[in-house]
Design a protein around this ligand. Sequence first.
Ligand SMILES: O=C(O)CCC(=O)C(=O)O
Ligand SMILES: [Fe+2]
Length: 370
Amino acid sequence: MPAFAGSAAEPPLADSYYALLRRCGEGALLLSSSDDDHHHDGVPVAPECAEAELPMIDVGCLTTDNDRSSAAERAACAAAVARAAEEWGFFQVRNHGVAPGLLEDMRREQARLFRLPFDAKATAGLLNRSYRWGTPTATSPRQLSWSEAFHVPLAGVSASSSGADDGGCCNFGELTALRDVTREVAAAMSKLAGTLARVLAEALLVHGQEEPRRRCLPAEACDETTCFLRLNRYPPCPVSASAAFGLVPHTDSDFLTVLCQDHVGGLQLMKGARWVAVKPIPGALIVNIGDLFQAWSNNRYKSVEHKVMTNATTERYSVAYFLCPSYDSPIGTCQEPSPYRTFTFGEYRSKVQEDVKRTGKKIGLPNFLV
Ligand SMILES: O=C(O)CCC(=O)C(=O)O
Ligand SMILES: [Fe+2]
C-alpha cells in the first residue's frame, strides 16, 4: 500500500471524541487522573472487578474425528455444554479443534493488518470495505467503543481474491498470509460453532413433539452469507476506564459466538447482577449464547450482556466468529408455547439497527415477545 506508507495507523479516536467527552464533563479525564479511578504511575486503570471461574469444558469428544470416546462421554460433555449455556450463557472450551499455533498466527497477522496506515484501513477497500472504528452514533461517552474492527463475511473469506472487489469475494490486497490464516480460522471456528449449536439444540428437543414449522434447527439455519468473523483491536486508551469502554455493553444478535481473546484481558460479563472479568487462558476459546439461541430455547439458554474495558497502556486483540442464520430464516422455538413470536433474522437485525439509530440503544428480544 505505498500511497499510505509512513502515515499513522491509529484511528483518530482521541481527536474525534475529545469534544464529546469534554461536552459531557469527562474531558478532564483525558490523559490525566480522576478521583474515582485507581492509578498506576499516574495512568488511570479500571476499577477492580472480580475474576470469574467460567466453566471450562473439554469438548474433544465432540470435535475430534475418529474419536474413541464413548456415547456416555459425549452425552456428559453435551450436558455440561447445555448446563453452562443455561447457568452462565458463557463458557470456555479446550480441545476445540482450532490449533493453538493457528490462533497465534491469527493474532500476528491481525496486528500486521491493524498496523497499516489508518487511511489504508479506512479507504483502500480491504476486507470488503468492512473497517469500523469508534462509534459514529455515540452521543455520550458511555456509548463510545474505543476500538477498531474488520467485519469479514464468511462467504467472502472462503472465496477471497487478491485483487479489487470481485463479487462477494473478500479483498485481502497483499496480505496473503492474513488471507490464508483467516480462511483456516474461519473454517475451524465455523465447524466448532456448528457442532456446539447442534449439541445445544439436541439437548432441548423433546422427541415426539417436533412441529415442522417451528423446527428450524440453529445449526442448519446458518449459512455462509450471514455468518461472519470480526477482527477486533482495542488501542491503548488514555481516557479513564470509567469514561469509555473498549466495547460497550451488549448482547450478540446471533445464535452463538466463538471468541478468541489474547493475553491482555478486559472482557467482562454479567453474572447475576454483577460484572465479572474473564481471565485469559492461553489456547482456550470462549463461547457465548446469542439472542437467537435465547429465543429458540424459550429463554433456557442465556444471551448475557458483556463488554470490553479499555486498557491505558496496552493494545488488545480478539477475533470473534458469529453463527447467524440466513436473513429469511424463521427463528422458531424448541418447544411450544414460546414466549416469542416467530421472526426472521432479517427482521431482528433491522429492528436492532432501527432502535440503535433512534434511541442509541438496542432493545433486542423484548421487541418480539408475544
Ligand atoms: O473482544 C472481546 O473480547 C469481545 C468481542 C465481542 O463481544 C464482540 O465482538 O461482540
Ligand atoms: Fe459480543
